[in-house]
Design a protein around this ligand. Structure first.
Ligand code: NAD
Length: 423
């Protein structure tokens, strides 16, 4: 029997310039006395976590700052953060102030501190046991400082499992932050390279969600078996459409004039949050599944704008590199959705004559304009790496389940091969 039900969830939102100065008041509504503020070293150096700490003090809430989050978190770095929280606790609540790396780490810390056990218990199958938290977690206020992941809205966290060289995650609706506080002023300091990479994450969230398998095409589930990603649906579609339209007007401006274009920064923040409200319920597919091995098997790529101490392919960049080819592959599953999305992203330009090429060519134009590397070749991969990349994608069954056209291993190998150069 086919599915008849879709689910949709998002936390309450406080949005706008100056919103972070209301975190003390917001936290005081939860009847808490001791809070851990979780961040990374770069954000800590801006003084913003300290500003939040002063806010909390004003409402007689004691707090400490942990600024040891690893950019692109790993099982090891999340365990260290949880270890710190365990040793220095107890905590009544958490504030996450940073990009997706910070917010995801805070979700994992909250889970382990509140529900007990080890990270591995909760990781998605087959890597972990996909244990569901027994009860409600502690309040977590998520404050994004990048316009990208939408993690402030979503019910999942993502990490690298170092020993297996694989990226995976934890997904359960209880991970969703209690409140999202989104303040576009925080993103004025984002380097252009982070703006570009994180912004491509938004683009792909919205496009993959909008082209994901329609929820009614799945088999009917029991209430206890429902998963976080239920396929595209009428509510997620609305958020994705709006997100793509905002991106069309503001993404290039945010990359090239981001230090003083608050309107573009605000629209990108809205776009990120909207896309999170979309894909966080419907799901993503091939570009995200391919991103996991592209990031996980990195050799020697050190992108500008990011910490230089270890090689990395930033998340949004890794997602975007095979997106043009992935949307050529998925086109036949829902042509009208691909064509509509191309028009939303590029409302004024003349689109390609060949309908299959419209969305890929709009994406390639955007990626060239904002300085995304030209294909997986530009971040260090050759044809010889493809047999090793493909199994990394095929392991992401949670993501491939929402793919509108089921890809075989050969299909994925072909997508990688044709993404070595995108233009
Ligand atoms: N949970 C989810 O739903 C979800 C969705 C997508 C991605 N992710 C995860 O999020 C992570 C990527 O997050 P991201 O793209 O937001 O980047 P990030 O958190 O990794 O930060 C990137 C870099 O930008 C710096 N930075 C952040 N904000 C800044 C600011 N305002 N000014 C100056 N520098 C700033 C950081 O210190 C870091 O060096 C990945 O691990 C990815 O897997 C999670």
């Amino acid at each position: 029997m086919n599915e008849t039900i879709f689910t949709w969830g998002a936390p309450p939102l406080k949005f706008g310039p100056g919103a972070i100065d209301e975190i003390g008041f917001e936290m005081s509504q939860y009847d808490v006395s001791r809070v851990l503020i979780i961040t990374d070293a770069t954000i800590s150096a801006t003084g913003i976590p300290q500003r939040i700490q002063e806010q909390l003090t004003r409402y007689r809430i004691r707090s400490e700052i942990f600024d040891g989050v690893h950019v692109e978190p790993t099982d090891d770095s999340m365990d260290k953060a949880a270890g710190y929280a365990r040793e220095q606790g107890p905590w009544d609540a958490f504030v996450a102030i940073g990009g997706g790396s910070v917010i995801d780490t805070a979700k994992a810390v909250n889970l382990i501190i509140t529900d007990g056990g080890e990270l591995l218990d909760y990781l998605n199958k087959p890597i972990g046991a996909a244990k569901a938290p027994a009860g409600q977690l502690k309040p977590l206020i998520a404050v994004p400082t990048t316009a990208g992941t939408g993690s402030e809205s979503t019910a999942m966290c993502v990490l690298d499992v170092l020993s297996l060289k694989v990226k995976t995650g934890i997904s359960h609706w209880r991970l969703r932050p209690t409140l999202a506080v989104v303040d576009p002023l925080l993103t004025l300091s984002l380097p252009p390279e982070v703006t570009a990479s994180a912004g491509m994450d938004i683009v792909c969230h919205a496009l993959e969600s909008y082209t994901a398998r329609w929820y009614e095409t799945f088999d009917r589930k029991r209430a206890e078996d429902r998963v976080t990603y239920c396929g595209s649906n009428p509510v997620s579609d609305l958020w994705c459409e709006k997100s793509l339209k905002l991106i069309a007007g503001s993404f290039r401006r945010a990359v090239h004039h981001g230090a003083d274009d608050l309107e573009a920064r605000s629209e990108m923040m809205l776009a990120a949050t909207f896309a999170g409200m979309g894909f966080g319920n419907s799901g993503v597919h091939i570009p995200h599944a391919n991103a996991y091995p592209i990031a996980g098997m990195v050799k020697d790529f050190h992108p500008a704008g990011y910490p230089q101490d270890e090689p990395m392919v930033p998340h949004g960049m890794s997602v975007s590199l095979t997106a043009p080819e992935a949307f050529r592959f998925s086109f036949e599953s829902a042509p009208e959705r691909h064509l509509r999305a191309a028009r939303w992203l590029s409302p004024d330009a003349e689109l390609h004559n060949d309908p299959v090429e419209q969305l890929p060519s709009v994406l390639v134009d955007l990626m060239r304009d904002i300085g995304i590397p030209n294909g997986i070749g530009a971040v260090g991969y050759t044809e010889a790496d493809i047999p090793a990349l493909v199994p990394g994608t095929m392991k992401q069954q949670r993501l491939l389940a929402t793919c509108p056209r089921t890809p075989s291993e050969d299909d994925i190998a072909g997508i990688f091969a044709r993404s070595i150069e995108n233009w």
